[in-house]
Design a protein around this ligand. Structure first.
Ligand SMILES: *Cc1c(COP(=O)(O)O)cnc(C)c1O
Length: 368
C-alpha cells in the first residue's frame, strides 16, 4: 500500500510554456545574456524540472537563492552555472569557489575572503560586484566603490566578471526607477574604466519588458518566465501561464438558512444553500486572507464563491449553480479562469507570494 492518499490538490505545470516565456522575454529585452531566476523551487514550479527545461536555451546562469539550490541544479545534471542572488555565509564560500558557482561581493571583507580561498585552491574566481542603487539589501554604495577599485591589486585571485544591482520599484514607480538606472549607469561607467566587466545586470522582469538600460546586457527574469507580467505591457498577451492548481470536491450538502460555515462562524447562510467541501487549504498555499474577499473556484465551468474562512486542509464553496456537484469532481483553484493575479489581489498580496506559497503537499505534474 502506498503511504500517501490520492492528492486532494495538485498542480499541473507546462514546461513548454516556461520555455516559450523565456523566448518572449528575449524578444522584448533584446539583451545579450539571460539569467532565468529559479529561486524558491522556480517560484514553486519545481527547480530541477524548470532548470532541465531551460538548460539548453542559450542562457548564462540560473539565479538561485542559496548554496543548497545551487547544489541541486548541478546534481540535476545541468551545465548552466548557478548564480547565488543572496550573500553566502563565510562557511559556504569554499564550496562556491571549488565549483565555480557565481556569487557577488557587497563588502571588501567578502572580497578579501573569496580572494584568499581562490588563492588557496590555485584558482581565479569569477565574481560579480554588487552595487546598491536604492534596494538596501546588499551591494557597494557609490562612495564605497573607490576603495574597492583601489584594492583590486591585492585581489588578484578574483576576476571581476560582472556588475549587478536590483531595482526595488520597477513595477511601481517610474521616476525612482529612472533615477536608479542613472545611478547604475554612472557606477558601471566608473568601474568599466578599470575593469572590462563581461556581464552587467540590473533588469528583473518588469525592467526587462519596460525599461531601456544602456549598460544592462544581462536580464534576470523571474515572474515573466512563469507567465505573468508584473506591469501592463504589450508583451503580456504573449505570455503563457505555466501553472494551474486543481483540487477535488469531497462532499456536497444542502445547509439550511442560518447555518454557520467554517471557523469563527464568520459566514452564515441566509437561504438554504448547496455547499461543497473542497480538498485544499492554507497548508497547501490557499491563503487564509482570501476569506470574505470575493474569492472563487471553478466547478464544472461555474464560478463558485468561497464561503467562510479557509481551513488548514479544506474550504467550503457555494455550488448552488453547479448542475450536479459530486464528490471527486475536479475544481479549478487557479488556472485558465482564475489567474494568480486574481488570487494575489483578493488576498492582498503579490503573485510571487502565491506561487512560492504552494506547499510541498501539492504534487506537481509536468507537461513536457
Ligand atoms: C528574485 C529576483 C529577480 C527576479 O525578479 P522578478 O520580479 O520575479 O523578475 C531578479 N533579480 C534578483 C536579484 C532577484 O532577487
Amino acid at each position: 500500500m502506498p503511504v500517501t492518499s490520492p492528492p486532494r490538490a495538485w498542480a499541473e505545470i507546462d514546461l513548454g510554456a516556461i520555455r516559450h516565456n523565456l523566448n518572449v522575454v528575449k524578444q522584448a529585452a533584446k539583451g545579450e545574456y539571460y539569467m532565468p531566476v529559479v529561486k524558491a523551487a522556480a517560484y514553486g514550479h519545481g527547480l530541477e524540472q524548470v532548470c532541465r527545461t531551460l538548460d539548453s536555451e542559450g542562457i548564462a546562469f540560473f539565479g538561485v537563492a542559496n548554496v543548497g539550490e545551487a547544489r541541486r541544479i548541478s546534481q540535476a545534471g545541468c551545465r548552466t552555472r548557478p548564480y547565488i542572488l543572496g550573500p553566502a555565509f563565510p562557511e559556504e564560500r569554499e564550496e562556491i569557489v571549488l565549483n565555480g558557482w557565481r556569487s557577488f561581493i557587497s563588502t571588501i571583507e567578502e572580497a578579501v575572503h573569496y580572494n584568499s580561498l581562490a588563492r588557496l585552491y590555485g584558482k581565479t574566481l569569477p565574481i560579480h560586484i554588487s552595487v546598491d542603487t536604492g534596494m538596501g539589501r546588499g551591494g557597494f554604495l557609490p562612495d564605497q566603490l573607490e576603495e574597492l577599485l583601489s584594492r583590486l591589486g591585492e585581489l588578484d585571485s578574483l576576476y571581476m566578471e560582472g556588475l549587478g544591482a536590483h531595482l526595488p520599484c520597477a513595477d511601481e514607480d517610474r521616476e525612482i526607477t529612472l533615477r536608479q538606472i542613472a545611478r547604475f549607469e554612472q557606477m558601471a561607467a566608473r568601474i568599466r574604466e578599470k575593469l572590462p566587466l563581461k556581464y552587467c545586470h540590473l533588469a528583473n522582469s518588469a525592467a526587462s519588458l519596460d525599461y531601456e538600460i544602456p549598460s544592462n546586457n544581462m536580464c534576470r527574469p523571474g515572474l515573466v518566465l512563469y507567465g505573468f507580467s508584473p506591469i501592463p505591457s504589450p508583451w503580456a498577451a504573449q505570455l503563457k501561464p505555466a501553472m494551474a492548481l486543481f483540487s477535488r470536491l469531497t462532499v456536497a450538502r444542502t445547509l439550511p438558512e442560518g447555518h454557520g460555515i467554517s471557523y469563527g462562524g464568520t459566514f452564515v447562510t441566509d437561504h438554504p444553500t448547496r455547499v461543497a467541501t473542497v480538498g485544499i487549504g492554507y497548508a497547501d498555499g490557499y491563503v487564509r486572507s482570501l476569506a470574505h474577499k470575493g474569492a472563487r473556484v471553478m466547478v464544472d465551468g461555474v464560478s463558485c464563491p468561497l464561503l467562510g474562512r479557509v481551513t488548514m486542509d479544506q474550504i467550503m464553496v457555494d455550488v448552488s449553480r453547479v448542475p450536479h456537484p459530486e464528490p471527486g469532481m475536479t475544481v479549478e483553484i487557479m488556472g485558465p479562469n482564475i489567474p494568480v493575479t486574481e488570487l494575489a489581489e483578493k488576498a492582498g498580496t503579490i503573485s510571487w507570494e502565491i506561487f512560492t506559497g504552494i506547499g510541498p503537499r501539492v504534487p506537481r505534474h509536468y507537461i513536457h
